[in-house]
Write a protein that binds this ligand. Structure first.
Ligand SMILES: Nc1nc2c(ncn2[C@@H]2O[C@H](COP(=O)(O)OP(=O)(O)O)[C@@H](O)[C@H]2O)c(=O)[nH]1
Ligand SMILES: [Mg+2]
Length: 221
């Protein structure tokens, strides 16, 4: 859960990119890292196997200070998707405030998506995180490929649930910032309701989002 250090006026949020193997979780973080630009000095930490798959997790730490002197850290993690990394996924998910579920849009990947979503629910339960207590966003990635679910189908799926749904072609950077902003916003609102961040620290949702997205778009322009 969110880490609040009142004495040092510091809040740390943990956001996790979850989903089946090869759906594009690491690519999302690589694109966000690229958008940060060079001047931040922020490193994307990845730990890959020889075949370039995520072995443990990726970590992209973001940090900003609000006008009121509040320090906000946002730590972005990805989990390894392969079935045999179940224990790692559970550990990475510990203390998460928000999760993006990165689905592969191809109809052929439906089963992998469904199994991974069930795995997410189970790992949340094992970490004693209620599904209602965590912010969740869904990304349908790989919109550039053949054999994908249609836009209408994605819209229909989105209408069935309450989670925000985004379409992306992460490899081209499309939809990456939108997904991130959607998750960050939902997470902040959820945490604010629970911990009164605005009242206690004087950081409104809009201030938080403005700072955060200012960071992410620094390298573009
Ligand atoms: N065509 C296409 N390929 C993608 C897209 N996003 C990621 N990939 C590719 O899918 C593969 C797996 O991506 P990766 O980010 O490592 O997946 P992860 O296992 O979820 O971390 C890589 O070859 C990526 O280049 C996309 O939007 N379209
Ligand atoms: Mg990966």
């Amino acid at each position: 859960m969110v880490f609040i250090d009142i004495q040092h006026r510091e809040v740390t949020l943990k956001l996790v990119y979850y989903g089946p193997a090869l759906s594009g979780k690491t690519t999302n973080l690589q694109q966000l890292h690229r958008m940060l630009g060079d001047c931040t000095g922020t490193q994307l930490m990845t730990l890959n196997t020889r075949d370039d798959r995520t072995l443990f997790f990726d970590l992209l730490p973001l940090q900003m200070t609000t006008a009121g002197g509040m320090s906000i850290k946002v730590k972005l993690f990805t989990v390894p998707g392969q079935v045999y990394h179940a224990a790692t996924r559970r550990i990475v998910l510990q203390g998460a405030d928000g999760v993006v579920f990165v689905a592969d849009s191809r109809i052929s990947e439906t089963r992998g998506n469904n199994e991974s979503f069930a795995d997410l629910r189970q790992n949340l339960a094992e970490n004693a995180i209620a599904f209602e207590d965590i912010a969740v966003a869904i990304q349908f990635n790989k919109r550039d490929l053949e054999g994908i679910r249609s836009d209408e189908e994605v819209t229909r799926i989105a209408a069935k649930g309450s989670e925000p749904v985004f379409q992306a072609t992460a490899i081209q950077g499309i939809g990456v910032a939108e997904t991130f902003a959607g998750l960050a916003s939902t997470t902040w609102k959820k945490l604010d309701r629970r911990y009164e961040l605005d009242r206690r620290f004087g950081v409104s949702h809009d201030q938080f989002m403005e700072r955060l997205m200012g960071l992410v778009h620094r390298g573009e322009g």
